[in-house]
Design a protein around this ligand. Structure first.
Ligand code: FES
Length: 125
């Protein structure tokens, strides 16, 4: 048997102030700066090192509802995170297999993706 792929990637926005949106809410504030470390430690304590990969990212363009994180596979975007919410997401979604609907981003802000080809057409390319 080969080396298994990770079962999940969790992309956590670690940008403190979106350069294009000064003064807007951001994903890392004094109150939320330790969420990434909290998530990584929680995964480690549950024995999920290598199986679930926490990944720090820059701005994912949903700053107004930060702190946010994106779970793949599934394009599942969780918003307005706290330590309590992260614990529940790990327990219910990552381990239990059930998306935590109450913490999802509003559909208005996370509509179905359009294909790159369609996007290029829209941009006249
Ligand atoms: S700063 Fe996190 S989504 Fe923009």
């Amino acid at each position: 048997m080969g080396m298994p792929q990770p079962s999940f990637y969790i992309f956590k926005c670690q940008q403190s102030a979106p350069p294009q949106m000064p003064g807007k809410p951001s994903c890392v504030t004094p109150e939320s700066e330790d969420l990434m470390q909290f998530m990584a430690m929680s995964l480690m304590q549950k024995g999920l090192v290598g199986n679930v990969l926490p990944i720090q990212t820059g701005c994912l363009n949903r700053c107004n509802v930060g702190p946010i994180m994106l779970v793949e596979p599934g394009h599942v975007m969780y918003v307005q995170l706290t330590k309590e919410k992260i614990t529940k997401i790990i327990d219910e979604h990552i381990i239990g297999g059930n998306i935590v609907e109450e913490y999802l981003i509003d559909e208005e802000l996370w509509d179905t993706a359009i294909s790159p080809v369609e996007q290029m057409k829209l941009m006249g390319k």
